[in-house]
Design a protein around this ligand. Structure first.
Ligand SMILES: *Cc1c(COP(=O)(O)O)cnc(C)c1O
Length: 351
């Protein structure tokens, strides 16, 4: 018990629903990659662990420099965060006055509503099209003088759909230059369609575009919590100003550097997952499912009212998927064996 009141709006704070972990079941719920750390990355983790009596480098200087080289931007345009979820919150804290608006598609990444509200900004959600894609025209129409940040999650979580170059450029041309467009590219490494642009080119050519990337997905470091932003210099600086000191720990920093050094090996794994993604989608379509084109490491089954039933059926088959109310189910692509178990269950459901 306490006499101290908490913030009056906490009751309305959306709760982030993480993918469930069920003992003995296969988890296809959180878009993780199936493989553990590469030997070189594991070695960096063990070495860094020997120094945890010391504080980490709060400026993440070595990692920032390594990323700057990797993406070919000055280090002044890089900001590191405790996962890109944290960077989303830092963005609202760094850019928005209380009551300012953060605009994004819905459904999209589950964390946007929570981090936006925590930062005292207001979420404006624009429904996806019937084809499960960003409705960029409707998003443009929803921009007001209070709009400070617009997210374009590309490819979109949870639908896997991606915005192509021509549509994105038309959108960027029309957004006021005082509104920050944040291209959340958590799944960039899984993109195979060359018409889906690399957002970094727009950070180079425009003054109001930022890109978010993470080590949690293709790089396989979800448990270590590290991501980064490439942004206009003043935005990157502001992100560093609202950063919680020391929050990216030294093991994460070391592992991220080692992962960039091992990116060829990691991208070979990504290639396997992409191959499996195409196979899984094809087999689901053959089994009678509607599956939108996906550029990420998951597929989206827009099952509507059947969503909870399908997820329960999968759970009975020891498969944890990620259901979203009565919209659909997101299924992470895993190893061929685990994907086969899922496909078997999906076919059994239709039988
Ligand atoms: C997984 C994911 C992230 C990354 O989250 P981390 O905090 O870096 O683990 C960011 N954006 C989207 C859309 C995601 O799906």
């Amino acid at each position: 018990m306490s006499a101290v009141p908490t913030r009056s709006d906490l009751g309305s704070l959306p709760v982030y629903v993480p993918g469930r972990t069920v003992e003995g079941a296969i988890k296809l719920a959180s878009n993780e990659v199936p493989g553990g750390p590469l030997p070189s990355v594991a070695k960096a983790i063990v070495e860094a662990a020997a120094n945890v009596n010391r504080y980490p480098d709060s400026g993440c200087n070595a990692l920032s420099a390594r990323i700057a080289t990797e993406v070919d931007f000055p280090v002044s345009q890089i900001a590191i965060g405790c996962g890109s979820v944290s960077l989303c919150q830092q963005l609202a804290q760094a850019v928005c006055e209380p009551g300012d608006e953060v605009l994004y598609a819905w459904r999209s990444f589950e964390a946007y509503p929570t981090v936006t509200q925590v930062a005292n900004a207001r979420s404006i959600k624009v429904p996806l099209t019937a084809g499960h894609e960003h409705d960029l025209d409707a998003m443009l129409a929803a921009i007001t003088p209070r709009t400070k940040v617009v997210y374009v999650c590309n490819p979109n979580n949870p639908t896997g759909t991606a915005v192509r170059r021509e549509a994105l450029e038309r959108f960027l041309d029309a957004v006021p230059s005082t509104v920050l467009v944040v291209l959340d590219e958590a799944y960039r490494e899984f993109v195979t369609d060359s018409e889906v642009p690399d957002g970094l080119e727009y950070v180079r050519s425009r003054e109001n575009v930022a890109v978010l990337r993470t080590f949690s997905k293709a790089y396989g470091l979800a448990g270590l919590r590290v991501g980064y932003a490439v942004a206009p210099e003043n935005i990157a600086k502001a992100l560093r100003q609202v950063y919680v000191a020391f929050s990216v720990n030294m093991i994460a920093q070391a592992a991220a550097i080692a992962s960039l050094d091992a990116s060829d090996e990691l991208m070979a794994r990504v290639k396997e997952i992409v191959g499996e993604r195409e196979r899984v989608r094809r087999e689901l379509i053959d089994a009678g499912y509607d599956v939108p084109d996906t550029q990420a490491n998951f597929v989206w089954l827009p099952l509507g009212e059947e969503t909870p039933k399908f997820a329960e059926f999968a759970l009975d088959h020891k498969l944890v998927l990620r259901p979203y109310a009565t919209d659909g189910v997101r299924v992470t692509i895993s190893t061929p064996e685990e994907n086969d178990l899922f496909l078997e269950a999906a076919r059994a459901y239709k039988a």
